[in-house]
Ligand binder design. Structure first.
Ligand code: ZN
Ligand code: ZN
Length: 358
């Protein structure tokens, strides 16, 4: 290995740059597809201290024309892990934490709250709203990006009071399915996309994230990037009073229980009569309604239905978010509870509060 006394010597000379702030910063990258690759590459090469990369998917051949951190030897590997391996080579000063899971199970809200910036590189409206809601509750600064065939958009949200992605959607759109906005118009054909839009949008996202880290945040909240019109413009967005994505949790008490502890240990620190709720549903062991045999697929089972191992009956599993329904010896991690998660707690009187896992 060659000596590398200061690979960031040139950027240190930039007005307003403070490499120590960048090196001390943590960014969460939600989604490690085309946008996530470019964003993670940029932040890694800037010398950011720590990157948490979260994506449940594996590398497919059609990713390879838009993902600088993957090559053909990564096919079928988890995207987050493949990206972490490349970053170890091109950004050796960055600690990369790969989470092969969806963002609710992969990154806890305590981690979002502690991060200097969160970057949303997701391709469905549903996932973008879910990340927005978690960042709102956590009080995390969010840079959210989206692409279309010749351009895209970047949305910056640093305070829960500000207009957000949800404000620009109708109530029906906010509650709509997991269909990417542009996919719905294209039917079931694969989504048109190239590295051109991804690299432009991700460049702006990383720039916005860097300025956030440097303490000189960019003034716009919505940037529209249109290659065909040769136009990149800040667009004013109004706050929709009906938009639900504006309530932060505030300061959250911590409990001396982590995801590596058990359900029983969590229940022991709750007030009598109150219950803790997970963000993602998990299946509960149940009886087959036809043969009454017991069916227990394990808490990590993600499919909506199960085939009874005794009689072959296929039925829909009951799922729950009530942590107390899992057996006391189960580790919280087995229920899909993310590291440093903030959980909602419902008191015996039906009031809600929050607690943060250690
Ligand atoms: Zn809003
Ligand atoms: Zn059965």
């Amino acid at each position: 290995m060659t000596t590398d006394p200061d690979r960031h010597e040139r950027q240190r000379q930039m007005p307003g740059w403070d490499q120590s702030r960048v090196a001390g910063a943590t960014a969460v990258v939600a989604g490690v597809g085309a946008l996530g690759n470019e964003v993670a590459k940029n932040l890694g090469m800037l010398g950011i201290g720590r990157l948490i990369l979260c994506d449940p998917d594996t590398v497919a051949a059609h990713n390879l024309s838009r993902t600088v951190l993957f090559d053909s030897s990564d096919l079928d590997r988890p995207k987050a892990e493949a990206a972490a391996r490349s970053l170890a080579r091109i950004a050796p000063g960055t600690v990369v934490d790969a989470r092969v899971d969806d963002l609710v199970r992969g990154v806890g809200m305590g981690e979002l709250a502690d991060a200097d910036v969160v970057l949303g590189c997701l391709d469905t409206r549903w996932a973008r709203l879910q990340l927005l809601e978690r960042c709102t509750l956590a009080g995390a600064a969010l840079v959210d990006g989206g692409t279309h065939p010749w351009g895209g958009e970047v949305r910056l949200r640093v305070d829960a009071e500000e207009p957000c992605y949800g404000c620009t959607l109708t109530p029906a759109e906010r509650w709509s399915s997991e269909v990417p906005a542009s996919c719905a118009e294209l039917g079931d054909r694969p989504l048109a996309a190239s590295i051109l839009s991804s690299s432009l949008v991700a460049g702006w996202m990383a720039a916005a994230a860097a300025r956030q880290v440097l303490g000189t945040p960019l003034p716009w909240r919505f940037l529209s990037i249109d290659i065909a019109a040769s136009d990149t413009a800040a667009v004013t967005v109004d706050r929709d009073p009906g938009c639900p994505h504006h309530t932060a949790s505030g300061a959250v008490p911590r409990v001396p229980v982590s995801r590596d502890d058990t359900v029983g240990e969590l229940l022991a620190v709750l007030a009598p009569g109150s219950e803790a709720l997970a963000w993602a549903e998990f299946p509960v062991p149940q009886e087959c309604y036809r043969c009454h045999g017991s069916c227990d697929p394990g808490y990590g089972y993600r499919e909506p239905t199960i085939t009874c191992p005794h009689c072959g009956n296929r039925f829909r599993l009951r799922r729950t978010t009530r942590i107390g329904e899992a057996s006391a010896g189960t580790k919280l991690a087995e229920l899909g509870i993310a590291p440093h998660e903030v959980l909602a707690v419902r008191s015996a009187e039906g009031r809600y509060s929050w607690l943060r896992l250690g």
